[in-house]
Write a protein that binds this ligand. Sequence first.
Ligand SMILES: Cc1cc2nc3c(=O)[nH]c(=O)nc-3n(C[C@H](O)[C@H](O)[C@H](O)COP(=O)(O)OP(=O)(O)OC[C@H]3O[C@@H](n4cnc5c(N)ncnc54)[C@H](O)[C@@H]3O)c2cc1C
Length: 392
Amino acid sequence: MQKTERIFDNTEIAFSLKNDSELERAYFLFKMISIEPLVKIGTAATNFAIKAKLPIEGLIRSTVFDHFCGGVNEDDCLPVIDKMFSKGVSSVLDYSVEGKDIEDEFDTAVKKVLKIIDFAKNIDAIPIAVFKPTGFGRLSLYEKVGAGENLSEKEQLEWAKVVERYDTVCSKAKENDVAVLIDAEESWMQDAADDLVTKMMKKYNTEKPIVFNTLQMYRHDRLDFLKKEHKRAIKENYFLGYKLVRGAYMEKENERAEDLGYKSPICESKLATDENFNSGLQYIIDNLERISVFAGTHNEESSYLLMELMDKKGLKNNDSRIWFGQLYGMSDHISFNLANKGYNVAKYMPFGPVKDVMPYLIRRAEENTSVAGQTGRELALLSKEKQRRKTL
Ligand SMILES: Cc1cc2nc3c(=O)[nH]c(=O)nc-3n(C[C@H](O)[C@H](O)[C@H](O)COP(=O)(O)OP(=O)(O)OC[C@H]3O[C@@H](n4cnc5c(N)ncnc54)[C@H](O)[C@@H]3O)c2cc1C
C-alpha cells in the first residue's frame, strides 16, 4: 500500500532546509541534551544567571533558543515560517511566555493571539492560531471554578474577564475563518477550561470547527469525555475540533495524586496511553462529519496509523478536517516527509523574549532527556543525513 510506506526514514527530505553547519549545530545540541547531568546543571545555572541578570541571553539565543523557537516576536518568525512553507509545512505561532499571573500579561497574550489571527487571515503559511488557558487567567482561579467553589466578588469579576478573553479570541477566529487551538494543562484546572471551551464551540462552531479543545490521551477518562461531547454536539447541533496529544504533565499529575491520596488520572502504562491515543484517532476518523482533528504527536506509529485510517476511508491526504502537528525543532522527519506526501502538517513555533520562554525551553530539554528514545532517534537521523551528504 502506497500511503503507509515507511516514509519517515527519508532524511534527505527531513533535513532539506538545513545546510551542513545547521545540521552540525542540531547534532551538537541534541548530543548535549542527551546528557542528563548536563541538562540538570545547565538548567540550574541558567535559572541562576537569569535571576542574577548575568548577560547570558546571547548564549541561550544561539543554542537552544534558535533551535526550538522562531524568534523573540512574531515578525522575527516570518522568514522561518516562509522557509518551512516552501516545503509544505505550515506554522502555528505560539506565544510562549509562561507563568506570569498578572492581568496585564493576560491582556498582552490576548493581543498577541488576535494579531496572529490577523496574520492567519492573510498568510497561507499560518493557518491556525493557539493559546494556553493559563495564558488568559490564573491557574488557581480555574481550579476554584472547576471545583464549584464559591468565588469572592473580586474573583467573579476576574473570571468574567477570563470568559471575555476567550470570547474575544474565538469570535475573531470565527470572523477571520481561522481555527484556534486551545491547549490543555494540569487536570486540576482543566474542568473549568473544558466547560468554557465547550461554550465557545457551541457558539462559534455552528458551521464548522473553528474552536478546538485539547484531549490529553494519557488521561484514562478522555475517550469517554470525547464520546460524551460528541453526543452533546449532535443533540445541540454544533461541530467539534480536537487536538489530540498524549500529555506533558505526567510526573506532576502522578505526584499530586499520590500526595493528596486520589487515583491518578493518568493511564496505568505507556501502552495504555498509546492505545487510548490511537482509539481517539480511530473514533474521530469514524465521525469526521462532525469532528476534526489536529494530531499533535512525535510518535511515528500513531502518525502511520492516522495515515492508514485515512487511506482505509479513501480520504485525500490533504483532507481539510485532518492535521498532523509537531513542535518546531523536533521530529522534522515526521513533519517534512508528511508534507512531501501532501498531508496537512503544522509545527508549533514558540516565540517570545528569551528569558520569558525559558520555562518552555527547559521543558523541551528535560523532555528530550527523559523521553526514552526521542533524543537517540534525533541523533540517529541527523547522523544518517550527515553520512548521506558525505557520500554525495
Ligand atoms: C503540536 C503539539 C501540541 C501539543 N500541545 C499540548 C497540550 O496542549 N497539552 C499537553 O499536555 N501537551 C501538549 N503537547 C505535548 C505532548 O503531550 C507531548 O509532546 C507528548 O506527550 C509526547 O508524546 P508523543 O505523542 O510525541 O509520543 P511518545 O513520545 O510516544 O509518548 C510519550 C508520552 O507518553 C505518555 N507516557 C509515557 N510514559 C507513560 C507511562 N508510564 N504511563 C502512561 N503514559 C505514559 C506521556 O504523555 C509521555 O509524554 C503537544 C505536542 C505537540 C507536538
